[in-house]
Design a protein around this ligand. Structure first.
Ligand SMILES: [Cu+2]
Length: 234
């Protein structure tokens, strides 16, 4: 039988210790990411009758209105408002109305310039029906996806038109000035209760244009540009 030097065994022990160290490191960093994440309160769509409901949202270029106590740097992050943890009634027609106050930052992936999964394949942009917008004009997207094992998949994706960069800030909310928002409205259907979907924005509207190219900060944080959509009975 081959004999190993003491160094061989020290190497194995070092590898085991290092392995545990890496696992512990990953675990701790994941925990701290969760700690950074903001757990928003649940926003239930408002039922208008037994088979329909409305979800009223806004998107802001900063967090002054929606996360007033966030502190640095979150107070400067773009955000959906008032929440990104949504609850929708089962087997219903959902009308989403978004007041979009932010300028465009544009898409890297033109797939998300199309309106997808809505009733009629369109969204209303300031009362005008459109099935897509220019990729460069997108400020955010409203995108619902399903996990791979989902038995009732839903895919809805609507690009939100940015306001012009030179638009005057003529709207005041809680003492903060914003331009007149674009109003984006669309509808989709929910299926049976008891399903949870992934909700996200796909415009790289995060902190910077360096790696990871706008997908950091608010894009990676629950309550800003990431969340969940739960279909339930209420
Ligand atoms: Cu966004």
């Amino acid at each position: 039988m081959e004999r190993h030097s003491p160094g061989f065994f020290i190497g194995i022990i070092a590898t085991i210790i290092l392995g545990f160290g890496i696992i512990a490191g990953i675990f701790l960093s994941l925990r701290s990411v969760q700690g950074l994440g903001y757990e928003p309160s649940v926003l239930q769509a408002t039922k208008t009758d037994s088979t329909s409901a409305t979800l009223d949202l806004s998107t802001f270029p900063d967090s002054m209105v929606c996360h007033a106590d966030a502190g640095e740097p979150q107070i400067n992050w773009v955000t959906y408002c008032p929440s990104t943890t949504f609850e929708l009634p089962a087997n219903s027609l959902i009308t989403v109305v978004i007041k979009q106050y932010d300028g465009a930052s544009g898409l890297y992936n033109d797939f998300f310039q199309k309106v997808q999964g809505t009733v009629g394949g369109v969204a209303m942009y300031n009362n005008k029906p459109m099935s897509q917008i220019n990729a460069d004009d997108a400020a955010h997207t409203f995108t619902i996806q399903s996990q791979p094992d989902e038995t009732n998949p839903i895919f809805v994706s609507v690009p939100l038109l940015g306001v012009a960069d030179n638009a005057p800030s003529n709207v005041t909310i809680n003492g903060n000035a914003y331009p007149t928002p674009n109003i984006i409205k669309f509808q989709f259907h929910t299926g049976p209760a008891g399903h949870v979907y992934v909700w996200h924005c796909y415009v790289p509207c995060g902190n910077d244009r360096e790696s990871p190219y706008g997908f950091s900060g608010p894009m990676a944080t629950t309550g800003f540009m990431a969340g969940t959509m739960t279909v339930t009975n209420y």
